[in-house]
Every structure is written in structure tokens, then in C-alpha cells.
Design a protein around this ligand. Structure first.
Ligand code: AMP
Ligand code: ZN
Length: 153
């Protein structure tokens, strides 16, 4: 169970306030569509969040331009973290919806420097459903991609 869940309405959420400069943040970088700042929780030193400036709850709510801008900024920040913190690896992670672990419902990507012995772990239970199931899942997705909901193509 997360310690903190931000259920504020759009425009009043904690990251909207942070983007607007109404609450303090250790800012790292910004462009027209994104803002990068230090995560207050720092799972490892150098842990940055890249948020959209516009309030959008999840990846499903981003424009293609915002999606591209987030990855562009995340890569810039990752390169800076590589230089500044000399990690053994870099983890980019982002969570969509409560079930996926999202606690602040304003879109953001985590950029986390990782170290061989940092002890962080994701619970990632692998399953092996077999080739037939994989083909079935792929067919469902191909069908959905061929007929996306209006306005999302
Ligand atoms: P999640 O929604 O699970 O991807 O995580 C939200 C992240 O936001 C957590 O890692 C928090 O530590 C971080 N966070 C919450 N409030 C602030 C804040 N005011 N400034 C910086 N980071 C924050
Ligand atoms: Zn917001």
C-alpha cells in the first residue's frame, strides 16, 4: 500500500501545482511540453521524474507529441544521470492506474540510476502460456490497432 495517493482533481493535483511553481521542486530541465524534477522519494540518488506540463492522468491521455517529448526528455535526463551519478544501469519506469502502482495521477516517467547492489526489485512473475496463447494475444492487439477508438489513431 503506497504511503501517499494524490486524488486531487485535474489542474489541482500536486504535479500541476509543481509545474505552476506553486509548490517547491528541485527542477532539472524543462521544455515546452515536459518538466523534469527530483523525485521527493529518491529510491536511489539521482531519481528524477519527467512529467507532462499539461495535466494528463495516464499514457492513454497523452498526445503523440507529449509522448514523444516525455521520452526525449527522459533520454536527456538519463544521459545526464549517467554522467553525474555513474550508475551501473538506468531504469525508466512509469505506472498507469492504481493497479499498476500509480499514486500521483498526473502522467510522469521515473528515471532511476541503478547500481549492481542497490537491492531494488520489481515483482515480475514470469509465466509461460505457450505459443498458441501468444498468437491469440497478438491477434487481439492487432484487431484493436486496426480499429482504434475514435480520436486516438
Ligand atoms: P507513482 O505515481 O507511483 O509513479 O509515483 C509518484 C512519485 O511522485 C513518487 O515516487 C513520489 O515520491 C513522488 N512525489 C510525490 N510528491 C512529490 C513532490 N511534491 N515532489 C517530487 N516528487 C513527488
Ligand atoms: Zn496535474
Amino acid at each position: 500500500m503506497p504511503l501517499f495517493v494524490d486524488n486531487s482533481p485535474p489542474g489541482q493535483c500536486i504535479f500541476c501545482k509543481l509545474v505552476a511553481g506553486e509548490i517547491p521542486a528541485a527542477r532539472v530541465y524543462e521544455d515546452a511540453l515536459t518538466l523534469a524534477f527530483m523525485d521527493i522519494g529518491q529510491v536511489n540518488p539521482g531519481h528524477v521524474l519527467v512529467a507532462t506540463k499539461r495535466h494528463a492522468a495516464t499514457v492513454l491521455d497523452l498526445s503523440p507529441e507529449e509522448a514523444a517529448a516525455v521520452m526525449h526528455t527522459a533520454q536527456r535526463v538519463a544521459r545526464a544521470a549517467e554522467q553525474a551519478f555513474a550508475p551501473d544501469g538506468l531504469m525508466l519506469a512509469q505506472f498507469n492506474g492504481r493497479a499498476a502502482g500509480q499514486t500521483v495521477f498526473h502522467y510522469h516517467m521515473h528515471v532511476v540510476p541503478r547500481h549492481d547492489d542497490d537491492g531494488l526489485g520489481l515483482s515480475w512473475r514470469r509465466q509461460d502460456p505457450g505459443a498458441e496463447a501468444l498468437q491469440g494475444y497478438a491477434a487481439r492487439l492487432r484487431e484493436a490497432l486496426a480499429a482504434p477508438p475514435a480520436g486516438t489513431a
